[in-house]
Write a protein that binds this ligand. Sequence first.
Ligand SMILES: C[C@@H](C(=O)Nc1ccc(Cl)cc1)[C@H]1[C@@H]2C[C@@H](n3cnc4cc(F)c(F)cc43)C[C@@H]21
Length: 390
Amino acid sequence: MLKMVRRWTCLEWRNEEESSVNCIFILSIKEELPDRYQVWVKLAKNLPTLVEEGQFREEAEQLPELSIDELQGYKEQRLAHLALSVITMGYVWQDRNVLPRNIAVPFWNLSEKLGLPPIMVYADCVLANWKKKDPLGSMTYDNMDTLFAFPGGDCSKGFFLVSLLVEKAAASAMKVIPDIFEAVKKKNSESLKESLQSVASSVYEAYKTFQLVHVYLFSLFCFSWKNCSLLPKGLIYEGVSEIPKEFAGGSAAQSSIMQCFDALLGIQHTTENDEKSAKYLEEMRNYMPSPHKIFLEAVASHSSVRDFVSSSDDIQLKKAYNECVKALVHIRNYHLQVVNKYIISPSSKQDSEKGQKSSDDEVKGTGGTNLLIFLRSVRDTTKRALLEES
Ligand SMILES: C[C@@H](C(=O)Nc1ccc(Cl)cc1)[C@H]1[C@@H]2C[C@@H](n3cnc4cc(F)c(F)cc43)C[C@@H]21
């Protein structure tokens, strides 16, 4: 198990220049596909212009139906999934409830190969959708851009890139996971304390990076066709099934790193009052790339960190564990603040201007869930995970 965790923590390393950043979940993909597939990238890149000119649907319907068999390797497959997810979004935005087979068949087959749903997920629009302007420069906001643009222009770009930078800041905690498991196995409190302190500082770094997001409005463009009034039965994937299929839209709950810390620290979202959130978090694991899902299961099945710390009489060790939990509570509190400020308040203001009653229950987040209640529930369960320091 430890070998698997060690292997996964270098699974998607960046190239050497970024070797300092152990980005298990972030993927530095190519910007191009082999010539025959470049039509997907080209159409996806031109989405904003073509949608504005009302040409997108026609261009999409003229795409050749391509087999996915000549996509070489994981990085090309992830770039192709990202490009097809953008094309699918654009096509559904043209008020279509049937995705033509020239898009639906390769998208469905590629999604199955990657263990992803045939819809845009967090791993597409955040973890894969980025490049450095100057390849030799560092991974800072000013030296980065998204591979594909979306309506909302700089807002959606900012939203995705800040999410990525939060992930990158937190990902530096990944490299200590094998040391944490080794310390628990060897009952080495000193080593465990050091590693937990390192995790806490990485999550605090992520919290500080998250505070950049006040600059960018939260984008709610992410489309869902599950419990969605525009596509009440879901989307028909022509050539795959005549029965419409429902899939949830992109969501923070699809952030593998968001769930990784809960798995590592043994924070269980299973109490009856957040059963709905626990089910949603579990469901969103099916919206993560297979290696991420397997990694989370490996961490959760292996992690007895909480049990070891709870049963220890080393107060400093309990404090180090609680520092990790407090850092998670901070980032989740901030997430709630930002959602309140950029989604709830504007939405309520908009509804009151239109004379409509709005309530939390009507607010839908980027994942088609009631984002506010979900985030509160996750934050409260995290708070309850604090250990007595006596
Ligand atoms: C800006 C936010 C967002 O909602 N991004 C988003 C949502 C949907 C889509 Cl489709 C695309 C982007 C980003 C979420 C996911 C990440 N996160 C949430 N809690 C976390 C706890 C951690 F410890 C941690 F390290 C990361 C954590 C960062 C913020």
